[in-house]
Design a protein around this ligand. Structure first.
Ligand SMILES: [Zn+2]
Length: 301
């Protein structure tokens, strides 16, 4: 693609170690590397003494044990969850039991059905936050305060957390440095995602810390590149339709040259997300429900 995304993949860490990465900010990376998680889930710890934990991570006992042991002698007062994917929220339940702290999140997983083969590590249908957090809500602890920024698109319940007075935004999977985000219907929504990118452009955060990979130190440049990338992809989808390519798998073949086969399913969901968006804007039509198996066409030729 022509959009010049300034990817950032340089990250140094040791699995199982809670390491300071900025003043008052620590991170421990779970050993769940993969095509959607990069080197693994980064669980953040904010504050000292009385701390907040962001995204406890996957249900991996070694990670939960290491996180809990690293915080022995401190008090976890808040457990924040950016969204309900299996690499982010499932550890919240055992970790909450271990440290006796409430969980904060937008709401339970939505879209699709339990057990459905989803994108990435799939949806976590078991998580329900103790405290429901809406856009703009403030979460205050000992020496730190977050503002929640609802950023639907990757999932409908995705939250970013801005750490007041620091310029830091924990961007979850909404904006990552190492890769674009997977936008997979039914829970993933391209129109929402684009609006959520615009929402971050209107903010003045100095640095994003995503759940996977290193910090993004030029957030606006990064977000603008993602917007350009999706617009190009959308133009590619429209070009396919105009040249009579109406099926998702054929579009993936044309638009994603040299794609890693393990990402083919995700690419198909991403194309579907564009098609659903284009249908919503009355540009594209499809007979029957909009699925990866359906055939699509331009509405007005
Ligand atoms: Zn995710």
């Amino acid at each position: 693609m022509a959009a010049d995304i300034p990817f950032r993949r340089d990250i140094s860490f040791e699995y199982g170690q809670l390491e300071e990465i900025a003043p008052g900010l620590r991170r421990i990376v779970a050993r769940n590397p993969g095509p959607f998680t990069f080197r693994g889930t980064g669980t953040y710890v904010v504050g000292t003494g009385k701390v907040a934990v962001i995204d406890p991570g996957p249900l991996q006992q070694d990670h939960i044990d290491a996180l809990t042991a690293s915080l022995a002698g401190e008090t976890v007062t808040h457990i924040l969850v950016t969204h309900t994917h299996n690499d982010h929220s499932p550890a919240a339940a055992p970790f909450k039991k271990a440290v006796t702290a409430p969980t904060y999140g937008f709401g339970p997983h939505a879209g699709g059905k339990r057990g459905e083969i989803g994108p990435e590590a799939g949806g976590d249908w078991d998580f329900a936050p103790d405290i429901v957090v809406k856009d703009g809500d403030e979460i205050e602890g000992d020496g730190w305060r977050f503002q929640a920024v609802h950023t639907p698109g990757h999932t409908s319940n995705h939250l970013c957390f801005a750490l007041a007075g620091s310029g830091i935004l924990f961007s979850g999977d909404h904006v990552m440095g190492w890769s674009t985000s997977v936008i997979a219907p039914p829970d993933g929504n391209m129109a929402d995602y684009m609006a959520s990118l615009d929402k971050l452009l209107a903010r003045e955060d100095a640095v994003f810390w995503p759940t996977h990979g290193p910090a993004i130190t030029e957030p606006k440049r990064h977000v603008r590149a993602f917007i350009a990338h999706r617009r190009e992809r959308e133009a590619g989808v429209i070009d396919c339709l105009k040249s009579g390519i109406g099926r998702v798998d054929a579009m993936v073949g044309r638009l994603y040259v040299g794609l890693d086969p393990s990402l083919r399913h995700a690419a198909g969901r991403s194309v579907l997300a564009h098609l659903v968006d284009l249908i919503g804007r009355d540009i594209v039509a499809c007979d029957g429900p909009a699925t990866v198996e359906a055939t699509y066409r331009m509405k007005h030729v």
